[in-house]
Design a protein around this ligand. Structure first.
Ligand SMILES: Nc1nc2c(ncn2[C@@H]2O[C@H](COP(=O)(O)OP(=O)(O)O)[C@@H](O)[C@H]2O)c(=O)[nH]1
Ligand SMILES: [Mg+2]
Length: 237
């Protein structure tokens, strides 16, 4: 059976829930007390695509959101076929930075990189739209944002918006599975375009070698080990 590797990167402000979302998808559960990520961590999950005999391995680079690590992020964009920008929907500051993360990806990642926006911690938002807990709102102390604003950003940058909770799992599977579908869709469109270019080049006597050199040793996901044991669903490749 063919297994397609999909390199993905998860970015966004510190505390938005990148590590928790990545762990929930790969290990079936978010860690209780995730340590803040230093540089980046790596997780992967191998799965069969629904209604297909194709197997994919989603490789997730979970990056650190702190300003001091931000300059490193583009290093992880190289070769990424998919990216998730995560923001904390109870924290306005986290949301304000979304546009710059998307712009970074659109500038430095492959042009076919599929990007999704995840408004995370939706479990903290009551159905009325009120942020639960204090009047101040989320950890940023400024309260959450209106989902209409997130929709506006998603429309502006032409990226799908998902509401997620790494705690309850709401929207997590949907986020990553649609990301995979978009990444595969983009790469097959790119492959068709490349084949068309190669066909023209070969009819002109050219040649079109291409290398895909994808990095990625296996690094333990820091801060996840303790809280998440035996993540059966998440069998790593
Ligand atoms: N209520 C709630 N808390 C979350 C959620 N995701 C993450 N957290 C908490 O938010 C904090 C930061 O999460 P973490 O995954 O480390 O964020 P990262 O810095 O973006 O990787 C931790 O205390 C998590 O337990 C969520 O969906 N809902
Ligand atoms: Mg983290």
């Amino acid at each position: 059976m063919v297994c397609t590797d999909i390199k993905s990167v998860v970015v966004g402000e510190a505390g938005a829930g990148k590590t928790s979302l990545s762990a929930h998808f790969c290990l079936g559960q978010a860690p209780d007390n995730p340590a803040s990520t230093v540089g980046a961590s790596f997780l992967q999950k191998r799965m069969n695509l629904p209604d297909s005999d194709e197997e994919v391995c989603l490789q997730i680079w979970d990056t650190a959101g702190q300003e001091r690590f931000r300059a490193l992020a583009p290093m992880y964009y190289r070769g990424a076929k998919a990216a998730v920008v995560v923001c904390d929907c109870t924290n306005m500051e986290s949301f304000r930075r979304v546009a710059s993360w998307i712009e970074d990806l659109q500038s430095f990642a492959d042009e076919n990189c599929a990007i999704s926006l995840a408004a995370n911690k939706i479990d903290k938002v009551a159905s009325s739209g009120e942020v639960e807990g204090s009047e101040e709102g989320g950890e940023g102390g400024e309260g959450g944002f209106d989902m209409a604003e997130a929709e506006e950003i998603a429309r502006k940058y032409n990226v799908p918006l998902h509401t997620t909770s790494a705690f309850t799992g709401e929207g997590v599977e949907d986020l990553f599975m649609s990301l995979i579908a978009n990444a595969l869709g983009n790469s097959s469109a790119a492959a068709e375009a490349a084949a068309a270019v190669a066909a023209v080049a070969s009819s002109n006597g050219g040649d079109g070698g291409r290398s895909d050199g994808e990095g990625g040793g296996t690094i333990r996901l820091e801060g996840v080990g303790g809280g998440v044991n035996g993540g059966e669903g998440g069998g790593c490749c």
